[in-house]
Design a protein around this ligand. Structure first.
Ligand code: AMP
Length: 399
């Protein structure tokens, strides 16, 4: 059992860093509460033990201090619903100072206090130790359950851990499962290990590909970034997305993969379109012979079959980034096929992790989130982890 699970929080006030950075619509209603629900097991464990929970989070990117549209007060009613009526959820209008200390002191065991947006104070992102100390002083123990911000050395995500002795700081349940799933892929992977990398730009994924060259047996490259790899080999990609300043780098990655014996799979064909639009005229075409005026917006029929075949013989699968412009129906088939194949491989015993914003959105949209081994909630953090970086939020507690 983990340290968090075996600890008894009875009589303790736990300051818990969560990632409640949820999307709000113009009426300031939550449009996707996934991140809030992901933190509930940790919150309930502390409450059920007979402890109290002080929640800290950021919301959006406020530039000039307190701004109504970024106030966490908009999350309060839904948080109360998720927590249950037997526990009262209070709100402090500031995360430090008198509003926070008064509310934290008055907080009863079994209840919850939600603090106002951490980023209303510039000291949060600067990792200011005094600000961290003020946050730490609100509780007896510190729990970090915000994997989504673990790659930031902010006051609440890393610096304040220094204010607690090793036995009084913990990863929450979400953080624990994120870290152990990522470890399983990166350090205990069973071969064949296939990494599926998609999305728009090569430049965003260079480091992850380089690091995976040391770990994976197969790397599938789809999405807009595939065309830079084709053009680098002197092929015609029409008007497809391309980063001309990364052609040498793409060739270098292909060379490194060859030298290491890692199989790189590029889409042999594409769904091409005459414009970047939902009502474009489309056809199937070889990815390396796309006529001028046309652009590849999804992997093609053959590529879907090829990639599916590679995925189905894999024992470990990491997926980051869509295979095409899946936001438009005409260019969804590639991403959907990959989601199906990952689910099928998982059912046959493979360990599959889906991480990074858009591929997570895709598995959710297509209804596959329950059919893969793990869907990460931490986009940027998971990417940095797979780039081989040390995440400050993890290091601060693991040390
Ligand atoms: P990323 O954030 O780098 O993972 O990229 C995700 C975005 O890449 C999504 O919004 C997709 O619409 C976009 N994308 C995927 N494939 C293509 C493509 N072939 N051409 C242009 N954009 C693409």
């Amino acid at each position: 059992m983990s340290r968090f699970s075996s600890f008894n929080f009875e009589g303790k006030k736990a300051v818990v860093r969560v990632d409640f950075n949820v999307p709000l619509n113009e009426s300031l209603q939550i449009t996707d509460d996934t991140r809030m629900r992901a933190a509930m097991p940790t919150i309930h464990k502390i409450l059920n033990d007979g402890g109290a929970v002080i929640l800290m989070s950021h919301l959006g990117r406020p530039k000039d201090g307190p701004t109504n549209k970024y106030s966490l007060i908009h999350l309060l009613p839904h948080l109360q619903d998720l927590t249950g009526s037997q526990h009262t959820v209070h709100f402090a209008t500031d995360c430090i100072g008198e509003p926070a200390t008064t509310a934290a002191t008055a907080l009863k065991m079994g209840d919850v206090l939600l603090l106002e947006n951490l980023r209303f104070h510039k000291q949060e992102e600067k990792g200011d130790p005094e600000f961290a100390q003020q946050l730490a002083s609100l509780g007896d123990v510190y729990v970090n359950d915000a994997f989504g911000t673990a790659h930031r050395a902010h006051a609440s995500t890393a610096v304040m851990a220094d204010c607690f002795s090793p036995e009084n700081k913990f990863f929450g349940l979400l953080m624990e499962s994120e870290v152990s799933s990522a470890e399983k892929v990166l350090h205990q992977s069973q071969p064949p290990f296939t990494a599926i990398i998609g999305g728009a730009k090569v430049s965003d994924k260079i480091l992850i590909i380089e690091n995976l060259l040391e770990k994976a047996t197969d790397i599938i490259i789809g999405g807009g970034m595939a065309y830079t790899f084709w053009k680098a080999q002197g092929k015609l990609i029409g008007n497809s997305l391309c980063e001309d300043d990364r052609l040498a780098l793409a060739l270098d990655l292909l060379g490194k993969a060859k030298a290491k014996g890692v199989n790189i799979h590029l889409p042999m064909d594409s769904t091409i379109a005459d414009k970047f639009a939902a009502d474009a005229t489309t056809t199937n075409c070889e990815s390396f012979a796309i006529p001028s005026g046309w652009m590849g917006l999804d992997i093609g029929i053959k590529a879907r079959a090829d990639f599916r075949h590679v995925i189905l013989r894999s024992k470990t699968i990491l997926w980051n980034g869509p295979m095409g412009v899946f936001e438009m129906e005409k260019f969804q088939a590639g991403t959907r096929t990959i989601a199906e194949a990952v689910a099928e491989a998982t059912a046959k015993g493979a360990f599959s992790l889906v991480g990074g914003g858009d591929s997570v959105a895709a598995v959710n949209q297509f209804g596959f989130s329950e059919k893969v081994s793990y869907v990460s909630t931490g986009g940027g953090a998971m990417l940095e982890y797979f780039e081989g970086k040390t995440l400050p939020g993890i290091a601060a507690i693991a040390q």
